[in-house]
Write a protein that binds this ligand. Structure first.
Ligand SMILES: [Zn+2]
Length: 430
């Protein structure tokens, strides 16, 4: 299994050289940019995250195509500024092949003019949503290697005590070699160990939302991300959204059609109103055999793993680490580490040297204690300004925005998070 996987075509060839129209500029006035490659493409928007706009741009220092994300309206409120600071810190903290991280941050202006933050990340050509809805053929090997990488990245996040809380196909970026990276940490937060503490329910795009959140649980765990992965696994197999409902109540309805009516024990995290609603419905038997009809790739092994992810009770749902140990993922692991990863290498004699740890954890948990010490927008602003200055790599020319660029004008005015992309509000159970 030495042949590299490929799926997505690279970006469109050609395009006008951008010159002065490019968004990014090197900050140092004496800096001489290298010769611009012939196939430079114009800067263009590529997507909208929950809280930011992303553009494909060219790094003037080396002509490399990168993704530029604007984190706008940072200092509107204490909540929004802390959320952006958290996302920024996470992007700088991550060091994992299947998790998107910051390559650079643009040099901020003087503190008095500091309003927006721009982060540069690696540019990946596509995402799992685009691939699933495209006519491209998806083999059983594709599904295995995608699922393996989602779980591998998620294991790292969960080991750092981070809940992503918005795992969906559009947040799983994929490059032309099928390498996958989890992105968009706008809704991510550190796990709350205190069961008595309330957590927001304004999370997770509805189709991928775990039943405990749909049923108004005040506290939830990393199991919400595993549920989302189960939904995506089913979507990869069937090439359509597994539970596609119009509203949260119907969403729950579709879930119980597959899983059967949950027991009282399974609903112990749910709020009273949601439990009463469920008990009023006619009891339904489970219908897991439907999963075999998703596609010819829905083998016994695939369905066996899928059923352990789609478990109503979050405490009985499989963990990411246990899911990675499932035999269904053995081939995906072998393929990934044979020709796609950066942790193993091939010697000059053609021998593959494998890493000691195929699915590494984070060396340490992500620390969020700093958040509690911040009590005003101005304080967050000063801390963030300091943090960015510390991150700017010494010896590398810092980047800044080229305000003269025509592309920047449309970038600056692009709206953030189309309303349809934001998760709908949770249902108010009586
Ligand atoms: Zn490897």
């Amino acid at each position: 299994m030495s042949v590299s996987m490929s799926l997505v075509q690279g970006g469109a060839a050609g395009g006008a050289p951008q010159g002065a129209s490019a968004i990014l500029a090197a900050a140092a006035p004496y800096y001489q940019p290298p010769a611009v490659p012939q196939d430079v493409q114009p800067d263009r928007p590529i997507g909208y995250g929950a809280f930011g706009v992303v553009w494909a741009v060219t790094d003037p220092r080396d002509g490399r195509r990168v993704a530029l994300k604007k984190l706008p309206n940072v200092f509107q409120s204490l909540v929004s500024s802390k959320r952006v600071f958290r996302e920024l810190k996470m992007l700088c903290f991550f060091k994992h092949e299947n998790v998107l991280s910051a390559l650079d941050i643009l040099q901020p202006p003087h503190l008095d003019f500091f309003q927006e933050i721009y982060v540069i990340t690696e540019l990946l050509q596509s995402d799992l949503h685009k691939i699933i809805v495209s006519p491209q053929h998806l083999s059983a090997d594709h599904i295995k290697v995608f699922l393996y990488q989602i779980l591998r990245g998620l294991k790292y996040l969960h080991s750092a005590r981070i809940l992503h809380r918005d795992i969906k196909p559009g947040n799983l970026l994929v490059n032309s070699n099928c390498v996958l990276k989890i992105c968009d940490f706008g809704l991510a937060r550190v796990e709350e160990p205190d069961q008595a503490k309330h957590m927001t329910q304004e999370v997770v795009t509805q189709y991928y939302r775990a039943p405990e959140i749909l049923m108004g649980a005040r506290h939830y765990s990393s199991a919400v991300d595993v549920w989302s992965v189960g939904c995506i696994f089913g979507e990869l197999l069937g090439r359509r959204i597994l539970f596609q409902a119009q509203n949260p109540v119907q969403q729950l309805e579709l879930i119980t059609e597959l899983l059967g009516t949950p027991t009282m024990e399974d609903m112990r995290h749910a709020c009273e109103g949601a439990r009463t609603h469920m008990l009023r419905r006619a009891p339904k038997p489970p219908s897991f055999s439907v999963l075999y009809t998703l596609s010819s790739h829905a083998t016994h092994e695939a369905v066996h793993l899928l059923c352990q992810m789609l478990v109503f009770d979050p405490d009985k749902r499989i963990s990411v680490t246990d899911a990675l140990a499932h035999p269904y993922l053995d081939e995906g692991r072998l393929r990934y580490h044979s020709c796609m990863c950066k942790c193993c290498f091939t010697t000059s004699a053609g021998m593959r040297q494998y890493t000691a740890d195929f699915e590494p954890s984070a060396g340490q948990p992500f620390d969020d204690l700093w958040e509690r010490k911040l009590t005003s927008v101005q304080q967050v602003k000063e801390e963030m300004h300091k943090f960015i200055a510390e991150q700017l790599q010494t010896g590398r020319v810092p980047l800044c925005i080229n305000p003269q660029s025509a592309a920047f004008k449309s970038f600056a005015s692009s709206t953030v998070a189309h309303p349809s992309e934001l998760p709908p509000s949770p249902h108010q159970w009586e």
